[in-house]
Design a protein. Structure first.
Ligand code: PLP
Length: 389
């Protein structure tokens, strides 16, 4: 990426922090297998355990809770749903409830369970992307094995009331999972306080490396491995430890823990500047997601009568990098399932929106530049459009 590009796609991934790179460079030289019993192996092992502690601290886990390293959020989510196959046999409950706006790694993992005799029920969300709690209470019953609702949404930023969801679920001894990939480092929470049984995390959304994530597992809940043949992680996740990436994840967690307050305030201010600038300079826009409970860095906007991909490409041409929905949806022409869910299936919202997602590396000057170039782009695209209201 050339120096002068403006990167506003931080929910897709983030720039690695320089201190994380440095920490990882150091580990690269210490290549020894963390499962080896010799001194160098034990040193690698210690790096892994240090990282685990830093991440546990960030997520507010107890020392005796399990935190298993995985290849990322996708694998952590898959592990939870895969674990439900034997849990279903053991507990005899066969219903799994997920929200309609989950990440594809949750939705597709849940659908896979249908092949094993489980039933999937989808939870509606309101116009701001919040789970319909009244409906949830009605759906819950003694056969509900697992509920999975993300802590924060990647496309619109809406934060869910997971504590409430846990409280209701526990009346039926239902297990609760939350995909906290987007919340990590952006929302203050603790897995203990939320009361979830499983929670999913990924390093590359918090200025850490790609291909490394973690799964929090409460000490007494069912879990079965996806990968067999390795004793690592108490036989829950086989494969030689990626010491370098794990250590990088730990370093990223430490930095977030240290800088959280300061960064959150700065990022929120920049997001507000962008939001107010868009609303005052461009007519006929709608801000998607919750106005009260939303990620500080995320701004999803519908520009009526302009088309998402065209806006993205026009901005890209000017050096501004955003996305239409999620990075995963970018190569399909299918409308975003999240935008469809919050708009009652209005294709104009689903096809006419872009997502700006900020990070600690963005500056006021960058936001001001975006506010200069965006109005003429929208004007031009609307003048071609056949759907202009
Ligand atoms: N869950 C959410 C909410 C995400 O935004 C993402 C990443 O886009 C994932 C899961 C997948 O994480 P990973 O890229 O580490 O597999």
């Amino acid at each position: 990426m050339s120096m002068n590009r403006i990167y506003l796609d931080n929910n897709a991934t983030t720039k690695i922090d320089d201190s994380v790179s440095k920490a990882m460079d150091y580990v690269e030289k210490h290549y020894e297998n963390a499962s080896s019993m010799h001194e160098s192996g034990r040193r690698s092992r210690k790096m892994i355990e240090d990282a685990r502690l830093s991440i546990k601290k960030l997520i507010g886990a107890n020392e005796d809770d399990k935190l298993v390293f995985t290849s990322g959020g996708t694998e952590s989510n898959n592990t939870v749903f895969h674990s439900m196959i034997s849990a279903y046999k053991e507990l005899g409950k066969n219903e799994v409830v997920i929200s309609k706006i989950e990440h594809p790694s949750v939705i597709e993992s849940a659908k896979e369970l249908e092949n094993y005799g489980l039933k999937i029920r989808f939870l509606d969300v309101d116009a701001e992307g919040r789970v319909d709690i009244a409906r949830f209470e009605k759906i819950l019953n003694k056969n509900t094995l697992l509920v999975s609702v993300m802590l924060a949404n990647n496309e619109i930023g809406t934060i869910q009331d997971i504590k409430k969801i846990v409280k209701l679920s526990k009346k039926h001894q239902t297990l609760v999972h939350s995909d906290a990939v987007q919340a990590l480092g952006k929302v203050r929470f603790s897995v203990e306080d939320l009361g979830v049984d499983y929670a999913t995390f990924s390093a590359h959304k918090i200025h850490g490396p790609k291909g490394i994530g973690a799964l929090f597992i409460r000490s007494d809940v069912p879990v079965s491995p996806l990968l067999f043949g390795g004793h690592q992680e108490n036989c829950l996740r086989g494969g030689t430890y990626n010491t370098q990436a794990i250590y990088g994840f730990g370093e990223a967690a430490k930095i977030v823990t240290r800088d959280f307050n300061e960064d959150a305030v700065r990022i929120r201010r920049l997001r507000e500047l962008l939001k107010e600038g868009i609303c005052s300079r461009i007519p006929d826009v709608k801000i998607n997601g919750s106005q009260d409970d939303s990620l500080d860095n995320t701004l999803s906007v519908t520009f009526w009568g302009a088309e998402g991909e065209s806006m993205l490409l026009a901005l890209d041409n000017e050096g501004v990098e955003v996305s239409t929905g999620s990075a995963c949806a970018a190569f399909g022409t299918k409308p975003s399932h999240v935008l469809m869910a919050i708009s009652n299936g209005d294709p104009e919202v689903a096809h006419g929106s872009i997502r700006f997602s900020l990070s600690k590396y963005n500056t006021k000057e960058e936001i001001e530049r975006v506010l200069e170039i965006l109005p003429p782009i929208i004007d031009r695209l609307r003048s071609f459009s056949t759907v202009r209201r």
